[in-house]
Design a protein around this ligand. Structure first.
Ligand SMILES: Cc1ncc(COP(=O)(O)O)cc1O
Length: 391
C-alpha cells in the first residue's frame, strides 16, 4: 500500500548528493574535511536521508541551525559529530550534553552560565565552536579582546570543551571579492592572536559553498557545505565560474487530477483572472500554496507535461493549480513535473527563484510537511518519508 494518498511528491536523488559531495572532496585540499549542512530539514530535501548519504559519501560531520534539528538526527541513529550553527538558549545546554551535540558560542556570560548548569548535576561536557563575526553582522565576537576573553572563559569551564572556531562569509558568492577577502584577513588575524597567546587551535572552518568553490585553499580543517551538496549554486556568478559541476538532487512531481475543455470560453480559478478559450484543455493538479508552491506563480509559472512547457492558468489555490495544455489532450493520472527535468526540458529551482524574486535556497525550503519525499538510487525509489503521516 502506498504511504501517501495524494499523487504529489518530491524526489531526492541520493546519487546526486553523493556525486556533489565527492565533487567538493576533489576540489578541496586533501586535509580539508566536509561538514554537511542539513539545517531546514536538509534545505527541504530531508535532513536524515541527506545527512546519512553525506556521511556515507565522505562527510565528517553535520551542521544544523537549531538543537531541535540535531535531536531529529540523533533519534534517526546518526552518531556523527553535529554542530548547531545558531543561537542556543543556555537552558538547553543539558539537552546538548545528553545528545552529545556541539554548540556555537560567542558570549562569556553564556559560557559561564552553561558551565554552571552542567556542573550542577555533573552532566557530560559539551563541545563549543567559538563564532567570530568578521563581517556577517549576525552572531560572533567582533574583537581580538572579546575572542581572547571568550577562550579564557572556556578554559576556565571544566564542563565545556573548546572544539572549534569559525566565521561565516556574507559575500563569498559575489564577483567583487573585497568584502570576503577583508573577512578572511580579519579571521586570520583572530587565529594569529590566539597563536600569539599560546592557544592550541581546535577545528578551524570558514567556508560555505561559495567560498569553498572560489577559495578552496581557505578550507582549513573543514568546510560547511550547504547549497552545493544539493546540487545548487550559491549564485549565478558561481554557476558561471564553472569551477565545479553540480547535479541538482530535487524534483517536484504530481499527477493530473482532472482535465476539461469547453465549447465556450470559461474562467479559471479565484478572481477569474484566466479565461480558457473554446477547445483549450485545462488540467487541474493537486498541489497549492499550502504545500509551499508559491501563489506568486499564479499566471506566471510553467510545468512540464510530455517534455513540453505549459503555463499555469489562473491563480494558485491553497491545494490545487490549473494549467493550460492548449490543444494537447491529457489523461487523469498523467505525470507532470513542477520542478526538475522531463525529456529535454527542465524547470530549475533557479528559474522558480527568479520568478519569485528570491534565491534558490528558499525554494526547496518552502516545500513542507504535506509533500512526501521519495529517495532514489539508480533512478529507483529506495525509501519514502512522509512528514505528514510518519514520525
Ligand atoms: C553558519 C553557516 N555556515 C554555512 C552555511 C551553508 O551555506 P551554503 O548553503 O551557502 O553552503 C550556512 C550557515 O548559516
Amino acid at each position: 500500500m502506498k504511504s501517501f494518498c495524494r499523487d504529489t511528491w518530491v524526489e531526492v536523488d541520493l546519487d546526486a548528493i553523493r556525486a556533489n559531495l565527492e565533487t567538493f572532496k576533489r576540489h578541496l585540499p586533501e586535509k580539508t574535511g566536509i561538514m554537511a549542512v542539513v539545517k531546514a530539514d536538509g534545505y527541504g530535501h530531508g535532513a536524515v536521508h541527506v545527512g546519512k548519504e553525506a556521511l556515507a559519501s565522505g562527510a565528517d560531520s553535520l551542521a544544523v541551525a537549531l538543537l531541535d534539528e540535531a535531536l531529529i538526527l540523533r533519534r534517526a541513529g546518526i552518531k556523527a559529530p553535529i554542530l548547531v550553527l545558531g543561537y542556543t538558549p543556555v537552558e538547553s545546554i543539558v539537552t546538548a550534553s545528553e545528545l552529545e551535540v556541539e554548540l556555537t558560542a560567542y558570549s562569556v556570560e553564556w559560557i559561564t552560565e552553561a558551565n554552571d548548569i552542567l556542573q550542577k548535576n555533573d552532566h557530560k561536557p559539551v563541545g563549543i565552536h567559538v563564532k567570530t563575526d568578521t563581517g556577517m553582522g549576525r552572531l560572533g565576537v567582533r574583537t581580538k579582546k572579546d575572542l581572547l576573553a571568550l577562550v579564557g572563559a572556556l578554559e576556565e569551564s571544566p564542563k565545556l570543551k573548546w572544539t572549534g572556531i569559525f566565521t561565516h562569509f556574507a559575500c563569498a558568492d559575489e564577483p567583487d571579492t573585497t568584502h570576503v577577502r577583508r573577512q578572511h584577513d580579519l579571521f586570520q588575524s583572530f587565529l594569529q592572536a590566539l597563536r600569539e597567546a599560546n592557544k592550541a587551535l581546535p577545528t578551524v572552518h570558514c567556508c560555505n559553498t561559495a567560498a569553498a568553490i572560489a577559495f578552496p585553499d581557505w578550507g582549513y580543517d573543514t568546510i560547511r557545505l550547504g547549497i552545493g551538496l544539493y546540487g545548487l549554486y550559491p549564485s549565478l556568478y558561481m554557476k558561471e565560474r564553472a569551477d565545479v559541476t553540480l547535479a541538482p538532487a530535487l524534483a517536484l512531481k504530481t499527477r493530473i487530477a482532472h482535465v476539461k475543455k469547453g465549447d465556450e470560453p470559461f474562467t479559471v480559478s479565484y478572481g477569474a483572472t484566466y479565461t480558457a478559450q473554446p477547445d483549450e484543455w485545462i488540467a487541474t493538479l493537486p498541489i497549492g500554496y499550502a504545500d509551499g508552491y508559491s501563489r506568486l506563480l499564479s499566471n506566471r509559472g510553467e510545468v512540464l507535461y510530455n517534455g513540453s512547457r505549459y503555463p499555469i492558468a489562473g491563480r494558485v489555490c491553497m491545494d490545487q493549480i490549473m494549467v493550460s495544455l492548449n490543444s494537447t489532450e491529457a489523461d487523469v493520472d498523467d505525470e507532470v513535473v513542477l520542478y526538475g527535468k522531463q525529456g529535454d526540458e527542465e524547470i530549475s529551482l533557479d528559474e522558480i527563484a527568479d520568478l519569485l524574486g528570491t534565491i534558490n535556497y528558499e525554494v526547496p525550503c518552502m516545500l513542507n510537511y504535506r509533500i512526501p519525499r521519495l529517495y532514489l538510487r539508480a533512478q529507483k525509489v529506495t525509501d519514502v518519508f512522509h512528514p505528514l503521516t510518519m514520525k
